[in-house]
Design a protein around this ligand. Structure first.
Ligand SMILES: [Zn+2]
Length: 194
């Protein structure tokens, strides 16, 4: 295993809260500050392009501390975790990706240029998610951030057991507040925590 020096960026606007227009400040689950004790946290956003208006709509977004993320993962079934691992292991060369990106200038757009699974150019995707790992006011540049298109999200949804889907739906209902009119798009609530 090769260790690259960790690179990081000042938080790009694409990872800002769309509600405040500023960086996320609190964990969506435990509401604690994301800036305590330098612990990492995740940001995930589900987005939909609306070509008629040349706009991008936020379907859901959140930041979550690593403690809460781990607590949620622990509630996933063994079967789901195994299936998700196998899904990525057979489709994504993360080491190759990290090596390739290490040679790129530190611009977040290089990390978000294609679906990490299908390699579809981001510009051709209507619905997709982006995820990033952050520390303080910095976005880490390593295997994340990444972008994943709806087709791959749907396939990942198929890796999840009914029990795990229920966990995710419960999380979405409690915390994400996805507007009802957009709910049908995310019927399996394809939230993925990395
Ligand atoms: Zn938390």
């Amino acid at each position: 295993m090769m260790f690259e020096p960790v690179r990081a960026l000042a938080m790009p606007e694409r990872f800002f809260s769309s509600e405040t227009g500023r960086p996320f400040e609190r964990c969506i689950r435990c509401a604690r500050s994301l800036y305590r004790d330098g612990a990492p946290y995740l940001i995930e956003k589900a987005l939909r392009r609306v070509p008629e208006y040349d706009a991008t709509e936020v379907i859901f977004e959140y930041a979550m501390c690593v403690g809460c993320s781990e607590a949620l993962w622990k509630r996933f079934s063994e079967e789901s975790l195994r299936n998700i691992d196998a899904y990525f292991a057979s489709r994504v060369d993360f080491e190759g990706r990290v090596r390739r990106l290490a040679g790129m200038p530190p611009d977040v757009e290089h990390w978000l240029a294609h679906c990490v699974v299908k390699e579809t150019p981001a510009a051709e995707l209507t619905e997709y998610q982006i995820a990033g790992l952050c520390v303080g006011d910095r976005l880490m540049l390593s295997h994340l951030p990444c972008l994943i298109g709806m087709e791959a999200m749907d396939e990942m949804g198929g890796c999840l057991s009914a029990a795990t889907k229920d966990e995710l739906d419960g999380f979405a209902d409690e915390f994400l507040g996805i507007p009802p009119e957009l709910r049908s798009l995310f019927k399996d609530t394809n939230v993925f925590f990395l």
